[in-house]
Design a protein around this ligand. Structure first.
Ligand code: FAD
Ligand code: N01
Length: 532
């Protein structure tokens, strides 16, 4: 790759965010190029190929809305699509908008350095400099840096070892094997249900139990799909008015204004519908502790109803934190799975994992010999992929230094002293606390409009003032403080990575509130940003 070329925009990452950013930059008449570490587009849906990987918002919502023809011509075969189908969709989008020619695959960006005199970024890879650009958009993903836990002996294991987010391309057969899955977050729940269908014996190692709800996994027949598509504009408009970026027909009344019986009736109606609909039943479920407890008790009772072995049921229902404070897990069949004779729950909170041995896993009071270990142990979320790149802004300051006490941004989109560097779904944006495709579209459109505004003004740089950045961080924290989100340690605050600063990262004020703020910023000539 020649470094002689200077692009208007370089995008890093070819998931939902990067692909749309590349498209918007090109349609705005900007020269643009995209670098992707993987060998294909898809991002999350390229890397997470584990059996059972599926979206947990309906595909009719978890998809691009920016092009009416695209959304009318694409037929989702299932209500909640699996990994392969979403990957196929993103391949289609790439070709449909002719993006492939502007993407370099198999290239991990390792450095991005801003030259203040020339107002240019130089991007580099391990092999050396890649190219230069006036603007860089990091579409590197919030959940794209998988984490293996620091368990002693992990490399001594003689069997097969997998991480859900680095799953091999070829099918993995678990027939007749003894398998341990470590982790009961969204990935662990989904993968366990599928492995349990094949394995001779499955140990599910649970440290923190999750609230798990079903999902109405079903094919979307032609008639239903056609009917949904006639109302697509309305569906999309409603989604933009809903805090999570999906319309769940939230009831207007506060939970506690109803009797416990009436609340339960509402939850019961939503349970078979599945997904996050239950958490959006009433407007105050993540802000009012008493209201939340009603839902928590309902969900725990469901576990006890489904799981036959009382000890297993109690362990699975032992959540000691509010519903929604950790990501609600959509996992149809998870609780029922524990009624199978080949599935066993291992409580690694009561009896922590001590080490991995060549033949399996040893806990404080037991040993589990297995052929395969599946690590469903999550990600260095929101900052992992960004801090893996040596990003240097004004005065050579690194992003790692700027974020030493935790990530700070303006609107989740830019950091002070890093001119012309943009983050999509960065810390301080709604991103992971929303239907991410809705948030991604909004972030990308804001950035693309800003780039056009810069061109119209003949400006070279844009960056937030330190004061605007500090005010936004305060606002993000204030909003989180008004909810129940801080009442448990979670990856939302970096608690799953030893040594990571504990800062609550997503903006939880909701998609409409965030959009309104961004729209006002733009309407006021980009308040908080210095354009020079
Ligand atoms: P990603 O899809 O993560 O793409 C980032 C890309 O950047 C990756 O391809 C990566 O290889 C590349 N990259 C990173 N660093 C570099 C670098 N230095 N150089 C070059 N390339 C780099 N969200 C929802 O809203 N609903 C869901 O149902 C849902 N399901 C999910 C299921 C799973 C299994 C996971 C892990 C996440 C899920 N999410 C879901 C969140 C999901 O991450 C987002 O919805 C969305 O796919 C993110 O898109 P993105 O483009 O921002 O990032
Ligand atoms: O990761 P997680 P994930 N010993 O961090 C456990 C999205 N997503 O990949 O909490 C024992 O949630 C850990 O236990 P604890 C979604 O946003 C969506 O599942 O640290 N256990 C936890 O149980 C999601 O939130 C879908 O006590 C250890 C698990 O590993 C996000 O991605 C599907 C351990 C990690 O759970 C991340 O989900 C998949 C140890 N040493 C992902 N270390 C959809 O369906 C870690 N754990 C949409």
């Amino acid at each position: 790759m020649s470094t002689d070329k200077t692009y208007d925009v370089v995008v890093v990452g070819a998931g939902f965010a990067g692909l749309y950013m590349l498209h918007r930059a090109r349609t705005a008449g900007l020269s643009a190029h995209l670098y992707e570490a993987g060998d294909a587009v898809g991002g999350t849906w390229y890397w997470n190929r584990y059996p059972g990987a599926r979206c947990d918002f309906e595909s009719l919502d978890y998809s691009y809305s920016f092009d009416e023809t695209l959304q009318q011509e694409w037929d989702w075969p299932e209500r909640y699509s699996g990994q392969k189908e979403i990957q196929r969709y993103l391949e289609h989008v790439t070709d449909r908008f002719g993006l492939r020619a502007d993407i370099t695959f198999g290239t991990r960006v390792t450095g991005a350095e801003f030259d203040e005199a020339e107002c240019l970024w130089t991007l580099s890879a391990a092999s050396g400099p890649l190219t230069r650009a006036h603007h860089v958009v990091m579409a590197t993903g919030s959940l794209s840096t998988p984490r293996l836990p620091d368990i002693p002996g992990i490399d001594t294991f003689a069997g097969r070892r997998f991480h859900t987010a680095a799953w091999p391309d070829e099918e993995v057969d678990f027939t007749g094997r003894r398998v341990a899955v470590i982790g009961t977050g969204s990935s662990g729940v989904q993968v366990s249900v599928e492995i349990a269908k094949q394995a001779e014996h499955l140990y599910v190692l649970q440290r923190t139990p999750s609230y798990v709800v079903p999902a109405l996994h079903e094919p979307l027949d032609a008639e239903t799909l056609a009917d949904e598509k006639t109302r697509y504009a309305e569906r999309r408009a409603l989604a933009l008015r809903a805090p999570l970026g999906v319309d769940f027909a939230t009831r207007p009344e506060p939970t506690m204004s109803l009797s416990e019986e009436d609340c339960r009736a509402e939850f019961e109606k939503r349970w078979p519908v599945g997904g996050a609909a239950i958490l959006a039943a009433f407007p105050d479920l993540i802000v009012d502790a008493e209201a939340n407890e009603r839902l928590a008790n309902y969900l725990k009772d469901k576990v006890r109803e489904i799981v036959e072995d009382p000890r297993t049921a109690e362990l699975l229902a032992s959540m000691d934190y509010p519903v929604g404070a950790r990501r609600l897990v959509v996992g149809p069949g998870f609780h029922t799975m524990f009624n199978q004779p080949n599935v066993e729950l291992v409580d690694v909170k009561g009896s922590p994992i001590v080490e991995v041995t060549p033949t399996g896993i040893r806990t404080a009071d037991g040993s589990y010999d297995v052929d395969d270990i599946v690590f469903a142990t999550g990600f260095d979320a929101m900052t992992g992929a960004l801090l893996a790149i040596d990003v240097r802004g004004r005065g050579g300051e690194s992003l790692a230094e700027h974020w030493a006490a935790g990530p700070v941004t303006y609107l989740g989109l830019q950091a002070a002293a890093f001119p012309n560097l943009f983050l999509i779904t960065g810390p301080g944006s709604p991103s992971v606390f929303s239907n991410m495709v809705r948030s991604i579209e909004q972030h990308v459109e804001f950035v693309a409009d800003l780039l056009v505004a810069l061109r119209e003004r003949g400006a070279s740089t844009v960056e937030p003032t330190p004061a605007a950045e500090a005010d936004w961080v305060r606002h993000v924290n204030d909003v989180a403080g008004q909810t129940l989100m801080l009442r448990t340690a979670s990856w939302y605050m970096g608690a799953n990575v030893p040594g990571k600063p504990r800062v609550f990262m997503p903006y939880v004020g909701g998609v409409p509130a965030y959009r309104e703020i961004c729209d006002k910023v733009a309407a006021n000539g980009y308040d908080g940003l210095v354009i020079a």
